[in-house]
Write a protein that binds this ligand. Structure first.
Ligand code: CA
Ligand code: CA
Length: 314
């Protein structure tokens, strides 16, 4: 066993011995150095955008992209407690207990990836914040919310005697959410900071994919490039990928490249699509086929369709 590992284990045992106080009393105030005691980075390739649904989403169910904490690990639905990973207590601010939230310790930073193109997008973040009752009147922190690196909320200095604050920030158009707790510049001891009921409110993305125009004039047994107009509100910052599938059984015309995937990066966009026209029965002068768009994040009950009408030239 290396001397360094032995030293770490000895330190850990000392910490465990220090944890024996009754649950109702304030924690002792160890001299916590200002810095990062614990950090987490999601493994490469494992980071997924949040599994967001339209409506209210609790961030305590969502995947962290990165996280750091000043004393042990961030705890979910518990206060920070001491340095162990699960030694926190029920989250408690000014005598009120909360079932959901993050128990952190300054310095702390939690990062979340918001929605991807075509998924629900988030319009606001809400939470209540304060210094957990487990440190009594001690502690001094500042809560900050950042969207894409821009400061959206700053609590000012809060201590164990501060009233609980409500946070409500607009997230429209934001791709990354960061929840930060600073030491308030006076050291990190007793800086047990709770984000309780951290929630994002999300709405369905408005995705419109239509043939534009919806009528094409072409002779039989020909191919034509037609345009599909793609618009998404709000416009996503990343690429959007989709496929077209005929909803009706295509009798006389269809996609010349039926399995092709189309990628769009600017919105609205006009996407060229190659269509093949076959022989129409002699009694007809036109045919219509309806299509649906398949894309990531499309909900099963999204039945918006677009149609293409072929007016035959004889
Ligand atoms: Ca802990
Ligand atoms: Ca402090």
């Amino acid at each position: 066993m290396s001397r360094r590992l032995l030293s770490l284990l000895t330190g850990f045992a000392t910490l465990l011995i220090g944890c024996g106080q009754p649950a109702s009393s304030p924690l002792p105030s160890p001299s916590v150095p200002v810095g990062t005691d614990w950090s987490y980075v999601a493994p490469v390739g494992s980071v997924q955008p949040l599994a967001l649904t339209p409506g209210v989403n609790s961030l305590t169910y969502e995947t962290l992209v990165t996280a750091t904490n000043g004393w042990g690990s961030v705890e979910i639905n518990r206060s920070n407690g001491e340095r162990g990973a699960t030694d926190g207590r029920p989250l408690r601010l000014n005598g009120v207990s909360y079932a959901k939230g993050f128990g952190t310790h300054a310095l702390s930073e939690l990062s979340f990836a918001l929605s991807r193109p075509g998924q629900p997008y988030c319009t606001s973040f809400t939470a209540e914040v304060g210094v957990d009752d487990e440190v009594g009147a001690a502690g001094s922190v500042v809560f900050q919310v950042y969207g894409d690196g821009e400061l959206l909320f700053d609590s000012g200095v809060m201590t164990g005697t501060s009233a609980t604050q409500s946070v409500a920030v607009n997230l429209e158009g934001r791709r990354e959410l960061q929840l930060v707790v600073t030491t308030a510049g006076d050291g990190a001891s007793s800086d047990h900071a709770d984000w309780v009921n951290p929630q994002v409110l999300c709405t369905p993305a408005q995705v419109n994919i239509n043939f534009f125009p919806g009528v094409v004039v072409a002779p039989e047994n020909s191919r034509r490039t037609v345009l599909v107009r793609v618009d998404i509100q709000p416009p996503p910052n990343g690429p959007f990928t989709f496929k077209l599938k005929p909803f009706d059984f295509p009798l006389h015309f269809g996609l010349a490249e039926p399995d092709r995937t189309y990628t769009v990066t600017t919105f609205p966009a006009l996407v060229p699509v190659l269509v093949a026209f076959q022989t129409l029965s002699s009694s007809q002068t036109y045919d219509v086929v309806r299509y649906t768009a398949e894309y990531a994040g499309k909900s099963p009950d999204d039945f918006r369709r677009t149609s293409l009408r072929w007016n035959v030239v004889r």
